[in-house]
Design a protein around this ligand. Structure first.
Ligand code: SF4
Length: 382
């Protein structure tokens, strides 16, 4: 088994990270898509070797929770056997590349996007990149119906007209030919070896949800989201079956923590959305669960002082859609939403502290609320 990581690093398949509910590992979809065989193998292996919980991360990865020290190696082997990761550990460690979520499913995405992604991915295997800062990342936006926006990644490449790409890094921009895009991006990355990252990544903002039409208007993608960023393996497996029935069979994690199913015809979109909703996924804007940011919480994180997911689901059912953002944090660390939130509940010894317009670590206005007391408090404060 490879070395495990301390907190604050970027886990991968080969280098899991310890968390409150065991060890977590990440699958980084190659060229943005998790194919049918990987979905099936992942659901089976995460159930067998983990605690059955899977998350979509803001780096568009899948995060498998609850691995045990003795199950990490068989989980890794199962994932490699399924082709979920590159056997080259160096590539897996450094290939933080977010690509256009609909790559391979949207014909409007620049044709060279996948090739550039592959070239960067394999280029990063060079030992000279071993000293890249942790979490150093690339963004590769080929255009199309679902563009990536500015996620503040360290090196950003965007398609800009026929076979021309715009490269941005640390406030500088240059335009170059597609044929040079990967080598110039790698050349720039080499300058950051042993140095700090140019700046922090930005929050991706809310996901589009529902059907997104691609160029011809007859087909497109369906975007759905696991509530509070987490799904069970059974939900993943069932969603994989729906992707096979209605789409191209793959699942595409997005930096907005949603999942896209590509290759869906307009006539099938409603049926797919209804089936995903029945599985428990959020499939449309306006769902009150989208107005709550929450973290792993008790039972999934050793620092959690309250079961955040249970509390968030209970509260969402009692809040109107479009209510002010509520950050429900398992402890004062505030992982789910590091900035200030209009409404803030923080777990403390099984109860909740409350404040407005602040961070989880700020002094609370009210202490020790029971969950049942909180809807009235939130309503008064909004
Ligand atoms: S905020 Fe606290 S409880 Fe929630 S994930 Fe972070 S450390 Fe764990």
């Amino acid at each position: 088994m490879s070395a495990a990581l301390k907190r604050g690093w970027c886990p991968s398949l080969f280098r899991p990270m310890e968390s409150g509910d065991g060890w977590l590992a990440r699958i980084r979809p190659r060229e943005g898509v998790v194919g049918e065989p990987v979905i099936a193998a992942l659901a089976e292996a995460a159930a067998r070797h983990g605690n059955g919980l899977i998350e979509v991360t803001s780096r568009a990865n899948l995060q498998i929770r609850g691995l045990r020290p003795d199950s990490i190696a068989p989980f890794t082997e199962a994932m490699l056997a399924a082709g979920a990761a590159d056997p080259d550990e160096a590539i897996e460690a450094r290939a933080n590349i977010i690509v256009s979520p609909l790559l391979g499913a949207d014909p409007a995405i620049a044709a060279e996007t996948a090739e550039i992604a592959r070239a960067i991915r394999h280029g990063l295997a060079d030992p000279k990149f071993a000293g890249l800062p942790a979490k150093f990342g690339f963004l590769l936006d080929g255009g199309g119906a679902l563009t990536l926006g500015d996620l503040g990644l360290d090196i950003m490449l965007r398609a800009s007209g026929a076979v021309r790409w715009e490269l941005r890094c640390g406030g500088n921009t240059l335009t170059l030919d597609a044929a040079d895009a990967a080598s110039r991006a790698l050349g720039l990355a080499a300058e950051f070896v042993g140095r700090a990252r140019p700046g922090p990544a930005r929050h991706a903002g809310p996901s589009r949800l529902g059907f997104v039409a691609c160029v011809d208007g007859l087909a497109g993608a369906v975007l759905i989201m696991p509530p509070f960023g987490q799904m069970r393996v059974e939900q993943l497996a069932a969603l994989g079956a729906l992707a096979r029935e209605y789409g191209d069979g793959g699942l595409r994690p997005t930096p907005w923590k949603s999942l896209a199913v590509g290759g869906v015809s307009v006539s099938d979109a409603a049926a797919l959305l209804a089936a995903a909703t029945a599985l428990g996924f959020i499939s449309a804007p306006g769902d009150s669960r989208l107005d709550i940011a929450t973290c792993a919480g008790a039972g999934r994180c050793s620092r959690g002082e309250i079961d955040t997911h249970e509390a968030a689901a209970w509260l969402a059912a009692r809040r109107p859609a479009g209510a002010a953002l509520l950050h429900l944090s398992g402890c004062p660390k505030g992982c789910a939403h590091p900035g200030p939130a209009p409404l803030m509940l923080v777990g403390r010894a099984g109860r909740l502290d409350f404040l407005t317009d602040g961070r989880a670590a700020d002094p609370p206005a009210l202490r020790g609320l029971s969950l049942i007391e909180t809807p009235a408090v939130l309503e008064t404060a909004a």
